[in-house]
Design a protein around this ligand. Sequence first.
Ligand SMILES: [Zn+2]
Length: 214
Amino acid sequence: MLNTNRESTKIVRRRPSRFDLIAGNVCLDFVNTLDDRYTKPKELLGTYIDLVRFCEDTAVMDSRQVDRLFERGQTDPDHAEKVLGWARELREAIHDVFRALMDKSPVPPAALARLNAQIQDALSHLRLVPVKGGFEWRFDDFGELDSVLWPIARSAAELLASDQLPYVRACFSKTCEWFFLDTSKNHQRRWCDMTRCGNRAKVRNFYARQKNSC
Ligand SMILES: [Zn+2]
């Protein structure tokens, strides 16, 4: 497993969060940026700016890095659009790998190959930086447009190689199925979020029971 030390840079959030971050893990939250994936897919990463905002919301980049990428995205929109396409491909690769693991099916080789390519690229930008009492892994430069993909690919690599892997779940709601990491004590979490899906299911069950008892 890779070193999981988080960067010590203090992240200051200036804007309210745009994404519903319920997964407890960056790469799983990233998978959820295609909402209602299995029913009526809704793309939450409409533009390169959305992608940068995702990195801001998940605190994998600080405000200075985010501002630089906003600017660079505007000066090179064609490249930014390309990176957005790569990001969606990375997201689908991460989805396909975790979905297969949850379904206990073979991991699709194409998805794993795509993910591995992104991981190799991301890791080539890591370096050791001395900090108080030791060292930390840090990305060398968040100025490149595709640097938004690095922390996401790294997050997937870390989770896949960790002992947390058996606790990756999909929300029980068939119209939702958002991914999350179940860190609850008994590992019995069923819903992405109680208000989003849990309560709706409870209400449905309540009325179903009433109907049956009539
Ligand atoms: Zn849900």
